[in-house]
Ligand binder design. Structure first.
Ligand code: NAD
Length: 296
């Protein structure tokens, strides 16, 4: 069997187009422009690349982008004061603080200062609680993107066995909550899981969010299963730096029914979902109907 490739790049383009259409309507019919504020502290090169990409795509879908680049020495007091100003600014519907923060800043304190209604990353403790209890929340972008692709591919996920490898707060745990919300039977595997290959082999859906290059091989995959590869790992191969996922694509795609590639799978969906969350936050703030198919 050769797996169907789930094209995250193409799917992300459809999500952005949907967002852009809705933004246009909000502007024309309600005079409202959704706005996203991104806060970057320091000069981490990867973070700078992400922030630039987020700002560019925000503008491309017709939203307002507010970038706040702060020096690496920024004090916690100044950062919290900026967040307070953004919380109070009616032009800002979404606030994202790019992580990781420099080590002298307490990320939990900073994230929990964001108004939960503007927390488009879905990391605020209130949103974590809402998601965990099956209530309307702002949902973390990467797992939301994975859920959208799974729903698009399968329609209903009800009754499927899902194994999420990784228990991080930003991917593994919210992914498991979302799959549970769609009535999957969910197993969360992690670094202490016994017989990981045997556990994964029972899955109809595998979501790999580990950070270990090509760890999940084809012999771990149940024939016909759907494999979502969240991993982004840079490795040296044949003298070049290449991007690979947590799944060994060559062997897994020979067994799986469907699979996301790296690059071009989950990655592009993450920013698309950030834009979708900003639109959702804007609609909720203005008491307007939310677009369909862009939230959990
Ligand atoms: P993390 O380091 O916070 O968590 C990794 C998890 O993997 C941990 O829960 C750990 O228990 C588990 N783990 C580690 N070694 C294991 C092993 N040998 N067997 C089983 N489980 C093991 O990482 P994260 O932030 O959740 O990110 C995971 C991966 O996803 C990384 O490659 C990251 O770059 C990528 N990522 C991609 C996107 C995207 O937009 N595509 C977004 C976020 C993270």
């Amino acid at each position: 069997m050769t797996a169907t490739v789930i094209d995250g790049k193409a799917f992300a383009a459809t999500v952005r187009a949907k967002v852009a259409t809705h933004v246009e309507r909000l502007k024309a019919e309600h005079g409202v422009t959704p706005g996203l504020a991104v806060v970057l502290v320091g000069e981490d090169p990867a973070s700078q690349v992400y922030v630039r990409a987020k700002g560019k795509q925000t503008v491309e879908v017709g939203m307002a982008s507010f970038e706040h680049k702060l020096s690496p020495e920024t004090s916690e007091k100044d950062l919290l004061a900026l967040i307070d100003r953004l919380n109070a600014d009616p032009k800002v519907h979404g606030i994202l603080v790019q992580l990781p923060l420099p080590s002298h800043l307490n990320s939990d304190l900073v994230i929990n200062r964001i108004d939960p209604a503007k927390d488009v990353d879905g990391f605020h403790i209130s949103n974590v609680g809402l998601l965990g209890t099956g209530q309307k929340a702002m949902v973390p972008c990467t797992p939301l993107g994975c859920l959208m692709m799974l729903r698009d591919h399968h329609g209903s996920l009800s009754g499927m066995n899902a194994v999420v490898i990784g228990r991080s707060n930003i991917v593994g745990k919210p992914m498991a909550s979302l799959l549970l919300g769609d009535s999957c039977t969910v197993t969360i595997a992690h670094s202490r899981t016994r017989d990981l290959p045997g556990t994964v082999r029972r899955a109809d859906i595998v979501v790999a969010a580990v950070g270990r290059p090509e760890m999940v091989t084809g012999d771990w995959i149940k024939p016909g299963a759907t494999v979502i590869d969240v991993g982004i790992n840079r490795i040296e191969r044949d003298g070049k730096t290449v991007l690979v996922g947590d799944v060994d694509y060559a062997s897994a795609s020979a067994v799986a029914g469907a699979i996301t590639p790296v690059p071009g799978g989950v990655g592009p969906m993450t920013i698309a979902c950030l834009l979708a969350n900003t639109l959702t936050a804007c609609c909720r703030a203005n008491g307007l109907a939310e677009p369909e198919g862009l939230t959990a």
